[in-house]
Design a protein around this ligand. Structure first.
Ligand code: ZN
Length: 218
């Protein structure tokens, strides 16, 4: 498959950012999206701009060290978060952060979102852990999140929201939507009775498909 062009990556970031708003994963100007460009720099959504007014010209390009190399706006205040993950994992091409409502229920109770269906293991790699609390916009938050997505496509950010990653912005958005949907299902199911998970060996098998899809290795 031909790798996406510089323009296609930028279009995919803008599309995912706007779709994130349309699908209710964020409100207002919250959340942010980033992706690696073919030259190794990263394109990020800007700080505090309405998603529906955003154009390709508003996106900001940063070098791996965080220096702005292109764009007339400030990059998202979570720049370090996105760059930490893109720099740590060459197989990850895109990152997304949002304030999905049901995930935030888990974020404020510091609970993981369990991989209760096989599909979740395949796309996310297992339970989505809740991070330790770190202040928004800090390098400490970036390091904490990056550490937790070594073999997982998402992490609950304590008292904050959700971080998701994938090969493309569309993949990262799919992960975020799946995690939010599962958070809602788990929250609702708990009113019916205790959650019964997928058997461990089955969960491990499906999680191995995630790792293979991500790294090419089981
Ligand atoms: Zn946030």
């Amino acid at each position: 498959m031909t790798p996406p062009s510089d323009t296609e990556v930028r279009e995919a970031v803008l599309w995912a950012a706007q779709e994130m708003l349309r699908s209710g994963l964020v409100e207002g100007t919250a959340g942010n999206v980033a992706a690696r460009l073919p030259d190794g720099n990263a394109v990020l959504t800007p700080s505090s701009l309405d998603y529906l007014d955003m154009t390709l010209d508003d996106l900001v390009v940063c070098a791996p060290d965080g220096c702005v190399v292109e764009g007339h706006r400030s990059p998202t205040s979570e720049k370090q978060l996105h760059l930490a993950v893109l720099n740590a994992y060459p197989e990850i091409g895109a990152t997304l952060h949002c304030h999905a409502k049901h995930v935030q229920m888990f974020a404020i109770t510091h609970q993981p979102i369990p991989a209760v269906v096989e599909e979740f293991d395949v796309y996310v790699g297992g339970d989505v852990e809740c991070s330790d609390y770190r202040e928004t916009g800090s390098q400490e938050l970036a390091d904490e999140v990056a550490r937790r997505v070594a073999d997982r496509a998402a992490v609950v950010m304590a008292n904050h929201g959700l971080f998701a990653c994938g090969k493309t912005p569309k993949d990262a958005l799919h992960v975020a939507s799946l995690v939010e949907r599962t958070a809602e299902v788990v929250w609702g199911a708990q009113s019916l009775g205790p959650i019964v998970g997928v058997p461990d060996e089955i969960g491990a098998k499906y999680a191995s498909y995630y790792r293979y899809g991500r790294t090419g290795k089981f």
